[in-house]
Design a protein around this ligand. Structure first.
Ligand code: PML
Ligand code: MG
Ligand code: MG
Length: 259
């Protein structure tokens, strides 16, 4: 990449902008050098205009130069878990969360939040205190949206072929986000599945267990998706949120690093 790096972000909604009650359709972002901004904008526009959640009537695209130093991370290791039902998938997700050190009562609280209609359609993530299971971010229905991250397409392709992973933008974005999140020392686990009705694979991720893909966490047609981060303590919330939203991260996979 050239000297200057730019962050290009898109969000799209239907029924007006998100903040006026519009339904979230699509979001995305790219870190690019100056010459690649045009392509990044085109890719993001296409993503929003062809989305399975519907056709947006609001879209915002924004770009700005990234001023902070970029941290480079290797992608989390991947494990594929094939399950036969949503029930089996969700049970596995809970088991993996326990393995990361999230106590069962906190996991139950997370699932209570997931079941509440007011939490459906969030654009960003909820932050939960790992010991109490209480939600600690103050971002309401917007949640915390992880930003300023990317993974060079050619490097991702090489990695995906080696790992026998789908070479999709979705997988690239999910692993980039999960790797950035897991690398924060105060975040012990992430639970996620998509809000896209045609995508039922989700994951639990952490530094300890890597990126554990679970083939089925919801039924086809379901537009409810979630992202939950379990944090060790709630005292430095502003610094976690700053890390998640603002501190630029790029993934880079060294062929020799891994199996
Ligand atoms: C999303 O679509 O918003 C999240 C997708 C998570 C799973 C990606 C994968 O590993 O297939
Ligand atoms: Mg961590
Ligand atoms: Mg989505």
């Amino acid at each position: 990449m050239g000297n200057k790096i730019f962050n290009i972000r898109m969000r799209a909604a239907k029924g007006g902008p998100h903040e006026k009650g519009g339904k979230h359709i699509s979001g995305g972002e790219i870190l690019a050098n100056y010459e690649d901004i045009q392509k990044a904008v085109n890719d993001l526009v296409e993503k929003a205009l062809t989305h399975s959640r519907g056709n947006p009537d609001f879209m915002q695209i924004q770009f700005e130069e990234v001023q902070m130093p970029v941290q480079f991370l290797a992608p989390l290791s991947i494990t594929a878990n094939h399950v036969l039902s949503v029930r089996e998938g969700q049970q596995l997700a809970m088991q993996l969360l326990r393995k990361c050190g999230v106590p069962s009562p906190s996991i139950e609280k997370a699932y209570e939040l997931i079941a509440q209609p007011k939490n459906v359609g969030m654009r960003g993530a909820m932050l939960l205190h790992v010991q109490s299971g209480e939600r600690v971010d103050n971002r309401g229905e917007k949640g915390v949206r992880v930003s300023r991250m990317d993974w060079d397409a050619a490097n991702f392709e090489k990695w995906a072929i080696r790992q026998e992973m789908p070479r999709s933008a979705r997988v690239k974005e999910a692993i980039t986000l999960a790797t950035k999140v897991a690398s924060h020392p105060e975040i012990v686990a992430e639970l996620c599945w998509s809000d896209d009705p045609d995508y039922i694979t989700g994951y639990v991720a952490s530094e300890k267990i890597g990126y554990q893909r679970i083939s089925k966490l919801k039924e086809f047609g379901d537009e409810r998706g979630f992202r939950i981060f379990f944090v060790k303590d709630a005292l430095n919330l502003d610094s976690y949120i700053h890390y998640l939203e603002k501190e630029p991260t790029l993934l880079y996979w060294e062929e020799d690093d891994e199996k």
